[in-house]
Structure formats: structure tokens, C-alpha cells
Design a binder for this molecule. Structure first.
Ligand code: SAJ
Length: 436
């Protein structure tokens, strides 16, 4: 299928890289977002998220005159839906005494409804948002068929999961293997023709529900593996072991690859998607559910570490370094670091947080420092929650000259024990009960 024009619904971390990359490769792209600030910023030629290289591709897309942005779709040969699928904040599901989070699919439903007036015979519609199994055939197809066009007959419909890693989006967009699940083989083939515009990874065609399941399986696998690493950190502290040393040694085994413990699992993907399985089939998702619980409890484990370092948290002044959900990104969604701050505050600590990738972020009830130096000045301890490159390379001797704190807590294994001790700090590392 020859595709000349594309409409991308949702211009966040996923939709925006697609929109600009397709435009830079010669398609006429129209990007749509419900957030007026996003639309204004892109219309003014500025990206609204931090991602290396993305501004350059936007510049190129605008230079070649192939990208327009507004709050409404337009007619196009193909449509990509890349909107968030978070979980519901107020409502929970229950099964046999376990309580689980529920997917909020309203953005997907509204995106499909927004396309409806512009859908024409022969179009291709692709859902990319991570979605519970059967969303394409049970939620998206019925909405689009209100046009009186039939999915798979009059228009092509696919699910093709985005799988790129924030922080490495532009490389993975092009080079990752791609899974396309068509509601018919012809639909999958049409989407293949579209992605071939720039995708260099292998492209595999399957059905829509398999593609949906593949995506959630990937993120559930990572979640379970991180939960295991977090549990190992708790066990190591019980046995007087340094978990980081133990993991390094275990990973010498040719078939073992233990991930890193940390303050928990955040972001809008791995901390959310496994719930889609639990919600859909709690009776057969007990391991996935337990992993979610372990990872959600990890911020509390970090707070206990801080408690051990101080004895008592009440009125202790703590500088928290890092609020993003992971290193070198500006994304604070579902961040375990934010949860750690809230728990510290609940226990009476006075927290000042510094997030270099989002210095002007506003989080209710959290005191954000204006810069690094003011964050660490006049505090009793420094707590590192995110392994941003700039935090890893901090020089403890220079820190010692800028702060009264002599207690440092490292929840991400970024700092060298001997260097920090030599600079006069007592360094407490998550999962390390050996170096005490
Ligand atoms: N984390 C750990 N320990 C680790 C690795 C990660 O605690 O060893 C934490 C991170 O700090 C973060 C969370 O897990 O809080 C998730 O980070 P991540 O880098 O594992 O993944 P995401 O959420 O940024 O991106 C994932 C990726 N999925 C997989 O690697 C299977 C990405 O490929 C997906 O495209 C993305 O989810 C998505 O959009 O679904």
C-alpha cells in the first residue's frame, strides 16, 4: 500500500518521535494533541520533552515542510494512535482478596472517536499504545465501524506496539524489531509498508491480540526480574551481604542476568502494563501480581534504609537527588523517587529535592530546590535516588565543601564507597549490609 499522508494522534514520548521521523522521511504528517501547550510548543518549533536528538529531527521535519500540528485530526492515508493508557486513580478491581489496578482506556477511545469523521475507505489505522489484550478488536474496531466501514474489509486495522526505550528513542525507533498484529493479514501488510519507510529492524507480522500480548509480556518480564533483584537486596541486608557484589558474581554465570535493585519501578510502562494482565485474568497472574507488589513496596525499603542511617527521621533535613523515574530522563510519571519523598515526609523528615532534568517541575507538597548547591546546603543527609550521569560523576570532596551533611545514602549503587568515606561521609548503600 502506498502511503503519502499520515495523522498521528498523541504527540508525547511515542507519537512525537514517530511524527517527526515519518515527516523527515518524506511523508506528509499531521500531528494531533489534546494539550494546547504541546500544540503551541511544536507549532513554535520546540519539543516539549527531553530526548536526545529529537529537536534536530523536528527541525528537519519543519525544514522540509512536511509536519503540521493541531488539536484536530485531518484526512490521511494512515492514522497512528499513540496516546497514554494509564491506570485509573480512584477505582480498583478485586479478586479473591487481591486488589488490582484497572486500565484507563479513555484516551484510546477518544482517539478512535476523533479519527471517525476522517476515516475513508482504504485507510490504515494502527494502535500503538500499550493496551490490554483484545483492545484492538473489542474497543477500537467497534468505534471505527460506527463509520459504516468494516474493519479489515473497508479499512485496515492493526496493533503494533511501540517498544522503544525512553532515553534511546530515536535509535530504537529505527533499529528495534517490530511486531505488527493485523486484524487481517492484509492489514498487517499495509502497516509493514508504512513502517518500512524508516524501520531497519526486522518486521514480524501476526494477529492483533498476539501483538498486544507480546508487548505486555515484555514489560511484565522486566517487572518480575526487577522485583527479584529488589527482593535480593532485602535478603542481602538480612545476611550481611553486599547485593551489588553478589549480583556481579552471580552474573558471571553464562545463563544468569540479574537486573539492578533500586527505589522501585516507575514510568508509564513497566509499572502500569503488568496490571493489564492481572485485571484481565487475576486467577492466572499471581506471579505478575506479586512482582508488582514487591516493586511498589520498594520505596518503603529505601525509607527504612534512611531510618537506619539516622535512627529517627523526624525533623531530619534531607536533600534528595533525582526525582525522575530513571536515569537521564525528565519523566516524573509514576516515579518511585517521588514516592520515597512522600514517605520520608510522612515520617517527619524535611525534604528538599533536586531534579536537574525537570528543575521547574511542580509537585504538590514537595519543596523543589532551584539548583544543586542550594539543595545540598544546610541538610543532615544526601539521598541519591536516580543514577543520572551527572550524579554518578559527583566528586565527594567537592560536595563535602558545600554541605554540612556527612551522611549519604545511595539507593542506586552510583557512588564509590571508599571515595565517599575518604571525603568524610558515612555512605549507606541500598542492599549493602557488608560494608558497615
Ligand atoms: N529499573 C530498575 N532496575 C533495573 C532496570 C530498571 O529498578 O535493572 C527501573 C527503572 O529505574 C525504572 C523502571 O525500572 O523506574 C523502568 O525502566 P526501564 O528502563 O526498564 O523501562 P522503561 O519503562 O523506560 O521502558 C520500557 C521498555 N521495556 C522493556 O525493556 C521490556 C521499553 O522497551 C518499552 O518501549 C517501554 O517500557 C514502553 O513504552 O512500554
Amino acid at each position: 500500500m502506498k502511503i503519502n499522508s499520515l495523522c498521528v494522534i498523541g504527540l508525547g514520548y511515542i507519537g512525537l518521535p514517530y511524527a517527526v521521523t515519518f515527516a523527515a522521511h518524506g511523508l506528509n504528517v499531521h500531528g494531533v494533541d489534546v494539550n494546547p501547550r504541546v500544540v503551541q510548543s511544536l507549532q513554535a518549533g520546540k519539543i516539549h520533552i527531553h530526548e536526545t536528538g529529537l529537536q534536530d529531527v523536528l527541525d528537519e521535519a519543519l525544514r522540509v515542510g512536511r509536519l503540521t500540528v493541531s488539536s484536530q485530526p485531518v484526512e490521511a492515508d494512515a492514522f497512528i494512535i499513540a496516546v497514554p493508557t494509564p491506570f485509573q486513580r480512584e477505582k480498583f478491581g478485586e479478586y479473591n482478596g487481591i486488589r488490582f489496578k484497572l486500565a484507563d482506556m479513555r484516551a484510546v477511545a477518544s482517539a478512535a472517536e476523533a479519527i471517525l469523521p476522517f476515516l475513508r475507505k482504504g485507510n490504515l489505522v494502527i494502535l500503538e499504545s500499550t493496551s490490554p489484550p483484545r483492545t484492538t478488536i473489542e474497543l477500537v474496531a467497534p468505534i471505527l465501524e460506527r463509520s459504516n466501514l468494516r474493519a479489515g474489509i473497508d479499512f485496515h486495522l492493526c496493533y503494533s506496539p511501540e517498544r522503544m526505550l525512553p532515553g534511546n528513542l530515536l535509535y530504537e525507533l529505527v533499529n528495534n524489531a517490530r511486531i505488527i498484529g493485523g486484524i487481517t493479514p492484509e492489514s498487517a501488510r499495509a502497516a509493514r509498508d508504512l513502517y518500512k519507510t524508516f524501520v531497519q529492524g526486522e518486521i514480524h507480522e501476526t494477529d492483533a491480540t498476539t501483538a498486544e500480548m507480546v508487548k505486555i509480556m515484555e514489560n511484565a518480564t522486566r517487572d518480575v526480574n526487577i522485583a527479584l533483584a529488589n527482593e535480593f537486596a532485602r535478603l542481602a541486608e538480612k545476611f550481611g551481604v553486599d547485593v551489588w557484589e553478589a549480583i556481579r558474581l552471580a552474573n558471571l554465570h553464562p545463563r544468569i542476568n540479574i537486573l539492578n535493585p533500586g527505589p522501585g519501578v516507575g514510568g508509564h510502562c513497566i509499572s502500569v502494563d503488568p496490571w493489564f494482565f492481572v485485571e484481565a485474568a487475576p486467577e492466572v497472574s499471581s506471579l505478575i501480581y506479586q512482582a508488582r507488589k514487591v516493586n511498589d513496596e520498594q520505596p518503603r525499603f529505601v525509607v527504612e534504609k534512611a531510618q537506619q542511617a539516622f535512627g529517627e527521621l523526624r525533623n531530619k533535613r534531607i536533600a534528595v537527588l533525582g526525582l525522575a523515574y530513571k536515569p537521564d530522563v525528565d519523566d516524573l510519571r509514576e516515579s518511585p523517587a517521588v514516592e520515597v519523598v512522600r514517605l520520608l515526609q510522612k515520617d517527619g523528615a524535611i525534604v528538599r529535592a533536586w531534579e536537574p532534568f525537570a528543575p521547574s517541575a511542580k509537585l504538590e507538597g514537595i519543596d523543589m530546590a532551584a539548583d544543586f548547591d542550594s539543595a545540598i546546603k544546610d541538610v543532615d543527609a544526601i539521598l541519591l535516588l536516580v543514577s543520572h550521569s551527572q550524579f554518578r560523576s559527583l566528586d565527594p570532596a567537592s560536595i563535602a565543601s558545600k554541605t554540612n551533611a556527612r551522611i549519604a545514602i545511595d539507593a542506586v549503587n552510583a557512588w564509590n564507597l571508599k571515595d565517599w568515606q575518604a571525603a568524610g561521609f558515612s555512605l549507606h548503600r541500598l542492599g549493602d549490609a557488608k560494608s558497615k
